[in-house]
Design a protein around this ligand. Sequence first.
Ligand SMILES: Nc1ncnc2c1ncn2[C@@H]1O[C@H](COP(=O)(O)OP(=O)(O)OP(=O)(O)O)[C@@H](O)[C@H]1O
Length: 598
Amino acid sequence: MSDLRRVLAGIGPALVLLALTALGLGLDNYPKFVISIALVSMLVGASLVVLVGLARCITLAAASVMAIGAYTSSLLAIHLGIPYLIGLAGALLTGALAGWLIALPGTRFRGHNLAMVTLVFQSVCIILIREAKSLTGGAEGIHVPAPTLFGWTVRTDGDFLLLIGVFSALAVLVLTVLVRGAFGKNLQAAAGNEVAAEAFGVSVPAYLTAAFVVSSIGIAFAGALSAPRVRILDPDSYGVLPSIFMLAYPIVGGMHSIWGGLLGGGGLRMLPEVLRPVADYQELFFASLVIVVVMFFPGGLVELIRRAVSVVRRPADDRRAASEHTAARRPATVQPIVAESPEPLLQVAGVDKHFGALHAVNSARLVVPVGGIHGLIGPNGAGKTSLFNIVSGFLPADAGRVTFDGTSLLDLAARDRIRLGITRTFQHVAVFGQLSCLDNVIIGRGRNGVLAAVGQSLDEFRGSAHAAAARNEALAALDAVGLADLARTPAGSLSLGNQRRLEIARAIVSDPRLILLDEPVSGVAEAEIDDLRELLLRINAERKIAMLVVEHNIPFVAKLCRSLSVMGAGAIVAEGTPADVIALPAVRQLYFGEDVAA
Ligand SMILES: Nc1ncnc2c1ncn2[C@@H]1O[C@H](COP(=O)(O)OP(=O)(O)OP(=O)(O)O)[C@@H](O)[C@H]1O
């Protein structure tokens, strides 16, 4: 994407809000009022995209969070005489607190259970506002004073439109930068595949909490912006029905981009004005619209518009960048077999795992040397996956030692192992389907803490050298596995063979010392298996990356690995070179069911 297109994509949504504001300033008072309220709803819609669309968390508490922002700024002004600007900052803080409070139980639930959690929050908030009469005015409501900023008192419809337009555009700009950047992509990864996300350093609980917090900050800010505009705050205006109405913003507009939130928020808020001639049927029309969109346009109205204008994407730019970046580095011919060092890189010793009475892993041991390719084979139920999950950090061991280059792994969370130089692929391919191949690989770099991702999002918006370097590294990794042409393609639309390649690109981009490959050719067409083996051998030779491979396809393993361990009933029963191991009568009996005596 060119620099100009990138900047326009980043500031586009905020510009639309400013354009609407400018348009409204030339209109009569009532349209000014309608546009002000629509701008607030657009901000709410954009905020809900973060939570409902990217994090896939349902919320029925949006109106209560909006009330928290509205009451915070207003009560600070009414009771303490605090200036409006500081009141707005206060609303950001209470919004963050509300998001964090909802996230405490909320990140543990999904679907209807999460809906219930948010509904409880919504109800408790409104009850508290209603009951704290001396503070909030209770059910009768409280009058909000006209705000003053730097000596300018906001009184007229035009003043309010200007105030709301500028601040909501600023807030939408921040949300757009986050959603389009590493923060939004990592959040989608966390919501799309928790295990794969954790393997690449994306802490799922941290990202979901961040989604609740960011979204609540945006909604509370919208509440604080609209409070002086609506003039009287009363708890009934922030009840469950408005929450349901707000949930429809991203659903109708489109959940996966800021544009969807803006379209849903602005469109649905203006709908009653459009439907004024048939006011009695407004609810019916609203409900029908939601049902039609959910049934026929699950991507929302924004997807419909996208398809209509059929945005042309140009992967050629990426292809050129990748080949420029990597052409000089690739040797003309591949030396597939390199001498491995005798020095151990991964050592597993005396590892035990019980599932109830079942001894799934029984004093297992194995060694992967520096630069080596070690296979782990065995019949179904032998304990390979359990041992693999212990090594990769997704299953705690009952006893034993697992060390990587001398560092003990067993007390280290799965997401922290990538920093040591360990990555993995998955038995059932685990690409982040909604993200592009390029974004999948960028996540593979493993620098995915929430705060780091916020910084990277800013870097991407500014077009910094860091962001360009990350992109080039990812393009180089894609090129190494032959997928540079598909950099912009959504990963979910690739063939299984290409998804396996993408997993390999994502694994190598962090320059690891060890890749754990979980059944790398499972489900791959026969014709592609040799290519994948060649690819792995080339990566091992060129990048000196060691591999531990769990696989059922014995011919593949025999040609790929330099050493093998065989598991049977939880224990390692044989080890050595592939030829020696496969020739052992006990192994042939255990693995192939051959009659040893014959
Ligand atoms: N979470 C679990 N709870 C209970 N039993 C389990 C669990 N995971 C694995 N097992 C059992 O532990 C034993 C070893 O399973 P594991 O998946 O590690 O074997 P495997 O060699 O990887 O088999 P396959 O090749 O079929 O994947 C099996 O009997 C399995 O049923």
